[in-house]
Design a protein around this ligand. Structure first.
Ligand code: PEP
Ligand code: MN
Length: 256
């Protein structure tokens, strides 16, 4: 272990308090990327109809290859804002760079992607806001490094940090990443910082997401973030891991 995580030790699940979901689970669902207003609205209306309050969808997609779909960008962000206004859902989306913070004013939870977990200027800039931040674990980072990244945000004054376990790179090839639920067990044992699990990016495949979701909740996770699409096969990004409406609804009803 490296340094003591003294800022995190001072927390008392502040982010959940700020979001008015104290003693509740945080369930976030939606497509990987914003594809159009019509399609996002359809997903949002479905989620709302089954009782989900938090909608995820990316406008700026941090793709490993520049040849992959990069997201709708500013147009996508405008669609997200409109869908929030139309449905009243709270929205979660990924920020690519500190210069976007002002544009993200309407966003309820700002997501820091796995590839940006140690982007310290981004972390410090978010630390100067009061926005809840969903900090995803880097796929090549230890639990201790994830906690150290959270310390950067809190050190600037923002206590509203939610961690997210989304799997790490290992030699395993059956899944996109390896879901490390030890992070959830350890963090819940020693700290009062919320941690949710993203089984979608951990698995990279839809078939085992229900099982990984059950395991996550059994490990003590404070919630889940899951990719859901009306027609997974046609999802522009991450189509193999998106759950269809029926599968997601059954899973949600079973778990919550
Ligand atoms: C995502 O949530 O769509 C995403 C890109 O996840 P990660 O940063 O965990 O790869
Ligand atoms: Mn995705």
């Amino acid at each position: 272990m490296g340094h003591q995580h003294t800022y995190i030790k001072s927390l008392n699940n502040d982010a959940f308090e700020a979001l008015n979901i104290k003693d509740q689970k945080l369930i976030i669902a939606g497509p990987c990327a914003i594809e159009s207003e019509e399609s996002l609205l359809e997903v949002a209306n479905f989620l709302k109809s089954i009782g989900i309050n938090f909608l995820r969808a990316g406008a700026y997609k941090p793709r490993t290859s520049v040849h992959s779909f990069q997201g709708l960008g500013d147009e996508g962000l405008a669609i997200l804002k409109r869908v929030k206004e139309l449905t009243g859902m709270k929205v979660v989306t990924e920020i690519p760079d500190p210069s976007y913070i002002e544009k993200f004013d309407f966003v309820d939870i700002i997501q820091v992607g796995a590839r940006n977990m140690q982007n310290f200027s981004l972390l410090k800039a978010l630390g100067k806001t009061t926005k809840p931040v969903l900090l995803k674990r880097g796929f090549g980072n230890t639990i201790d490094e994830m906690l150290s990244a959270a310390e950067y945000i809190i050190s600037e004054g923002n206590k509203n940090v939610i961690l997210c376990e989304r799997g790490i790179k290992t030699f395993e090839t059956s899944t996109r990443n390896t879901l490390d639920l030890a992070s959830v067990a350890i963090i819940k044992e020693y700290y009062k910082i919320p941690i949710i699990v993203d089984p979608s990016h951990a698995a990279g495949r839809a078939d085992i997401i229900p099982a990984l979701s059950r395991a996550s909740m059994a490990s003590g996770a404070d919630g889940l973030i899951i990719e859901v699409h009306q027609q997974p096969a046609y999802s522009i990004s991450d189509s193999s891991q998106a759950l269809d409406f029926n599968t997601f609804k059954s899973l949600y009803n079973e778990l919550f």
